[in-house]
Ligand binder design. Structure first.
Ligand code: ATP
Ligand code: MG
Length: 567
């Protein structure tokens, strides 16, 4: 009974792609094989939208005991680069996926694709057209008006074969001829109106060098590459739904194995742009400091910021797959990383806005090692020592001269607990009368209230983090905010672009003080600075100059701290 219930629930939670795959498996389609692929074009760095696609494709491969290929759709030598190829491989691996020996390139199939084109020509299904790109665009018509047939459409098969072979041999300059499919200039689907299959491009390709001067269009390469690799489920984003009749036409006319294309909605994140063109623009125009700027939605940016692969995989899982375009709130991504780091990040105390505290009744020159747990969620992460002494720093915001009613932090005459240490009482403070700023507060501590002692006695409402003035390590702290101020930067009023809503406050660099244990940190190590947020060691960090990126602020920290827990 119980087992049955669980099984039903499992069934209900299948997404529509899994439903299709399971049905194909049940029907024995493709001998019940599942073979997917992730097919990036190496013309930019991967972003969180690609991560969604990676998790989906590799996830399905794993779930159904199948295989997943990594294939570079490298048909456009002008925009592509090995730098991108390398970064894409690094990102896929980092996300935790393995293409094993199945690394492919569309450019590996150039010869085969050329042969496919010849088949179409020989069957009267493709022709060489001498029209310019502009003429082709002008004669395409509109969705409601049919296009005009090219005057070259009725060239003989022999002439087409010869011209196409001469195109390949380099007999013609760029743009002077193209190979087009011969389908239907009146089709309601614009993609079926004699689309271009090959163009002349005397450009070096990052893999094939100068071997080719004609290159297949993406549409002519993509479906056939899937077919060559015997992909069973070719998963892509919704904009390719209208290309599907064309892909099916190629497969049918060439007479090769037919993968099944399934479209899902691309991921859109609020306060983010995801188009590679726009991301490249931000990099080139130096609105950000490179592709891996921690404010970028790129995978390398998220990695540098301190996101973990687990958190991104979990995010991809939670958002699931949709059939309609929608916008996911970026706070869901933040939630996922917070949840993961909460479980795995070591706690440290850091003060970002220091206010000096002198404990007047604490002996000078004495240092006590206080015991602090590294992660209250996981005892296995152990403990550390935090030095306590007469002079400390707390956060400016944790002291108020005239506190409102429910201020459970420090004020003259009030008591708080210093985390892992003692209860202190504030007796007086020093104020700079010119600036109005409090510069130092004087307190006394109660030696009977040491944390962890059998009966530490009194309880107080607030607990503050602190660092010992003589032991704290100075560090550069980079606080990030959203890169854009508008929820949908792609949807700006007339005459404005996404760049008009760049957030001028998206990076704020401050200097902070951290407990000395932090010296053992290494690049990409992640921490929770108690009551502040999650931080990750930046790649610019050195032992002499520690640099931290704020991954996310800590939400709900107050709610937790004020439950009067004494740790
Ligand atoms: P381009 O405009 O250069 O084609 P692209 O974002 O489509 O950009 P590709 O390299 O072609 O980039 O994408 C590789 C794969 O990632 C494709 O299968 C694509 O459908 C998928 N993908 C790209 N962007 C998203 C997104 N925002 N959400 C989900 N999947 C995406
Ligand atoms: Mg694409």
């Amino acid at each position: 009974m119980e087992e049955k219930k669980i099984k039903n629930e499992e069934k209900r939670s299948l997404n529509f792609i899994e439903e299709i795959i399971e049905e194909d498996i049940r029907n024995g389609k493709n001998e019940s094989r599942v073979h997917t692929r992730f097919p990036p074009e190496p013309n930019g760095y991967l972003h969180i939208g690609h991560a969604k696609s990676i998790c989906l494709n590799f996830g399905l491969g794993k779930k159904y005991n199948g295989k997943t290929n990594l294939r570079f759709d490298d048909t456009n030598p002008i925009k592509e680069d090995v730098e991108y190829v390398d970064s894409i491989m690094e990102d896929v691996k980092w996300l935790g996926f393995d293409w094993e020996e199945r690394l492919f390139y569309a450019s590996d199939y150039f010869e085969q694709l050329f042969e496919f084109a010849l088949i179409l020509i020989r069957n009267g299904k493709a022709y060489v057209c001498d029209m310019t790109a502009e003429e082709i665009a002008e004669t395409r018509g509109t969705p409601t008006r049919p296009g005009i047939e090219s005057t070259y459409r009725n060239r003989s098969i022999e002439e087409n074969v010869e011209l196409f072979q001469k195109m390949r041999r380099g007999a013609y300059p760029d743009g002077s001829k193209v190979l087009r499919a011969r389908i239907d200039m009146a089709s309601p689907n614009m993609h079926m109106r004699d689309p271009v299959l090959y163009r002349i491009l005397h450009a070096s390709h990052h893999r094939t060098g100068d071997q080719w001067c004609i290159y297949p269009m993406y549409d002519f390469a993509h479906g056939q590459s899937d077919s060559i690799e015997k992909i069973t489920h070719s998963i892509c984003t919704l904009e390719f739904e209208v290309h599907r009749p064309l892909y099916d036409w190629f497969i049918r006319e060439i007479g090769i194995y037919a993968p099944r294309q399934i479209e899902f909605a691309r991921l859109n994140l609020s306060y983010t742009v995801m188009s590679k063109r726009k991301l490249l623009e931000l990099v080139k125009e130096k609105n950000v400091n490179g592709w891996d700027d921690p404010r970028m939605p790129t995978i390398c940016g998220l990695r540098r910021r301190g996101y973990t692969p687990e958190s991104i995989r979990n995010f991809a899982d939670i958002i699931g797959v949709a059939k309609r375009d929608n916008m996911i709130d970026v706070s869901l991504l933040e939630f996922c990383v917070r949840e993961d780091l909460n479980k795995h990040a070591h706690r440290r105390m850091a003060v970002l806005n220091p206010l000096k505290v002198v404990i007047d009744n604490y002996p000078e020159g004495v240092v006590e090692d206080m015991e602090a747990v590294n992660n209250p969620e996981d005892d296995n992460m152990g403990k550390r020592k935090v030095p306590f002494s007469r002079e400390l720093f707390i956060e400016q915001e944790d002291f108020m001269e005239n506190p409102p009613g429910k201020f459970y932090r420090l004020a003259a005459g009030k008591e708080v607990r210093l985390r892992y240490a003692y209860i202190i009482r504030c007796n007086s403070f020093i104020k700079n009368h010119e600036t109005g700023k409090i510069t130092e507060i004087h307190c006394t501590y109660d030696p009977l209230t040491k944390s962890g002692m059998p009966d530490s006695g009194r309880k107080v409402k607030g607990t503050l983090h602190w660092v010992s003035a003589g032991h704290a390590i100075k560090a550069e702290i980079r606080l990030y905010d959203r890169l854009f101020t508008k929820e949908n930067p792609d949807d700006m009023p007339e005459g404005q672009s996404y760049k008009d809503c760049l957030n001028p406050e998206s990076l704020n660099i401050i200097s902070g003080l951290i407990e000395p244990e932090i010296l053992s940190s290494r690049i990409l190590d992640k921490y929770q600075f108690e009551r502040i947020g999650y931080f990750s060691v930046d790649k610019d960090s050195t032992p002499q100059n520690l640099v931290f990126n704020r991954v996310v602020p800590l939400k709900d920290s107050w709610a937790k701290m004020e439950k009067n827990k004494e740790i």
